[in-house]
Design a protein around this ligand. Structure first.
Ligand SMILES: Cc1cc2nc3c(=O)[nH]c(=O)nc-3n(C[C@H](O)[C@H](O)[C@H](O)COP(=O)(O)OP(=O)(O)OC[C@H]3O[C@@H](n4cnc5c(N)ncnc54)[C@H](O)[C@@H]3O)c2cc1C
Length: 468
């Protein structure tokens, strides 16, 4: 096996750019709208019908099982094949034939997007890259035997296992999973609850919408504040000037894009949004939709809501007591909710041979789709190197970008580059604006229609890189 079969960092970047580039060469012929029942013009990544890949024979031979076909799992499956070559067999285990993107799903609430346009299938992964897609759910892991059992009773052996199962939602505020599904949808996993919440919003008239935000870490740090803005914009524009949005944040302050959202809450949506930081003791009656809570200074308050959208605390899927991930001992964060990983390889610090990426991982990076795609590439690169007897890249770099709609036609953005800090073995925000310590993510200086337009380009490129 040649020593240079593993792509150098520079070549990886070129390969990644090339892969990204193919999804942007939209003009050549018509492009597969790969995954949607309908074409609303700007919702899908575009790909050249002429694109074909001949995977390299790197000399590597291995079986990799990937669990979960979301942002992290789809990306890692694709890049393991691209970089590992023909001998690296990749099986993707995912129960659903189609993935619904959380990203952009807040725009379903105000009617800007139809949820069917956020759907992606796995046909590109199998047809273009030779990923074997197994439509089933993982039910248990035998890490000693290096095998997994699936919901159809079959089992799969692996040399490396990559878990990307996302999050599950905890019962909170006096609500059950059934309440979330039927009366008070969190809609923090895009799908039927998103449609239910959109329908409930459409039925409102001069009423109060209450939403909650759990303590960090949670999925998509700016997402709840974005939701508050979009709902406020929709209600005041279409549903009556007495409409109100109450945001009960269990955190003591806004968790992302502070300046942007502070401006949005106190200026753009002033008089509509009431932001309550440090809310505690939240109780929600799913039948009457009465919400009781203690406010920032601990005074009891209550609200009679027409619609309630609680975002409950969440944890890595399978980490509930008795869950498959907990049974394998992978949820080793102090609170038992997340999987702690080595950020050079995303290998679990609890169980060798098993990597965890995306929202289920505890790695210091935000729980976001763009970040999940980045973690997937670092993980795929590390696995390919490990399979070849080498060590993971000692200095990985990741970036995060995110657009936040503030109204139906304007948006802001947030971005950061993360680099490995070997002194504390963590990913930290790289220096920006000459600031070498305590660097933070950068938010856009303006909220604009141009940002709103560019948001679609960013989204389609990201989804093309993950599913295209
Ligand atoms: C409203 C909203 C807006 C957002 N906006 C943004 C944004 O603008 N930018 C951004 O970067 N991020 C955004 N996010 C966050 C982003 O969607 C998540 O961080 C991302 O989806 C995480 O990817 P993941 O692969 O870890 O999980 P997911 O994408 O949830 O995928 C997990 C997959 O695992 C599968 N699975 C679960 N259990 C099993 C099992 N036992 N066996 C097999 N498969 C299983 C599931 O079916 C699912 O397909 C947003 C989230 C929300 C809710």
């Amino acid at each position: 096996m040649p020593n240079d079969f593993i792509p150098s960092r520079r070549r990886l970047v070129m390969l990644a750019s090339a892969a990204l580039g193919t999804s942007l060469l939209g003009g050549i012929g018509r492009l597969a709208l790969a995954d949607s029942d309908e074409d609303d013009g700007d919702n899908h990544f575009e790909e050249s019908a002429n694109t074909s890949f001949t995977l390299a024979n790197t000399g590597l031979k291995a079986r990799v099982v990937v669990v979960g076909g979301g942002m992290a799992g789809a990306s890692v499956a694709k890049y393991l094949r691209l970089w590992g070559g023909t001998g690296v067999q990749v099986t993707l285990v995912e129960p659903n034939p189609r993935y619904t993107s959380n990203i952009m799903s807040n725009l379903v609430l105000n009617g800007s997007r139809n949820i069917t346009t956020l759907g992606y299938t796995y046909s590109n992964l199998s047809a273009k890259y030779g990923v074997t897609v197994n439509e089933a759910r993982l039910t248990s892991i035998n890490s000693a035997a290096r095998s997994v059992t699936l919901s159809d009773g079959s089992s799969l052996a692996y040399d490396r296992l990559v878990l990307a199962p996302g999050v599950e939602f905890m019962d909170a505020y006096g609500l059950t999973q059934n309440d979330y599904a039927t009366a008070t949808p969190h809609a923090w996993q895009a799908g039927p609850q998103t449609s239910l919440l959109a329908t409930q919003l459409a039925g409102m008239q001069n009423g109060t919408f209450v939403m909650t935000i759990p303590k960090a870490p949670y999925r998509c740090p700016p997402g709840p504040y974005e939701r508050a803005c979009l709902v406020a914009d929709y209600l005041k524009t279409y549903r009556g000037s007495a409409s109100r949005v109450i945001v009960l944040d269990e955190n003591l302050s806004i968790q992302a894009e502070k300046e942007t959202f502070n401006h949005a809450f106190t200026s753009i949506h002033a008089g509509v949004i009431t932001y309550v930081p440090g809310a505690t003791n939240i109780r929600i009656d799913p039948h009457t939709r009465q919400v009781n809570y203690l406010d920032t200074v601990g005074n009891p308050q209550s609200a009679n809501a027409q619609v309630v959208a609680p975002i409950p605390p969440h944890r890595s899927t399978g980490s509930a007591p008795g869950g498959w991930l907990a049974a394998a001992g992978l949820n080793n964060s102090p609170d038992g909710r997340w999987c702690v990983v080595d950020v050079l390889s995303y290998e679990s610090t609890a169980v060798s041979g098993i990597h965890v990426i995306g929202d289920a991982a505890s790695c210091g990076l935000p729980k976001a789709g763009h970040v999940a795609n980045q973690e997937a590439k670092i993980c795929a690169d590390a696995i390919v190197r490990l399979l070849g007897g080498q060590q993971p890249d000692p200095a990985p770099v990741a970036n995060s970008a995110c657009y936040s709609p503030i109204t139906g036609s304007t948006a802001s953005w947030l971005t950061a580059v993360y680099q490995y800090d070997s002194s504390n073995k963590k990913m930290v925000v790289a220096a920006n604006n000459g600031n070498t310590s305590g660097a933070t993510a950068i938010e856009s200086a303006t909220i604009s229609t141009q940002n709103f337009r560019e948001m679609s380009t960013w989204f389609n490129t990201l989804m093309g890189d993950s599913f295209g």
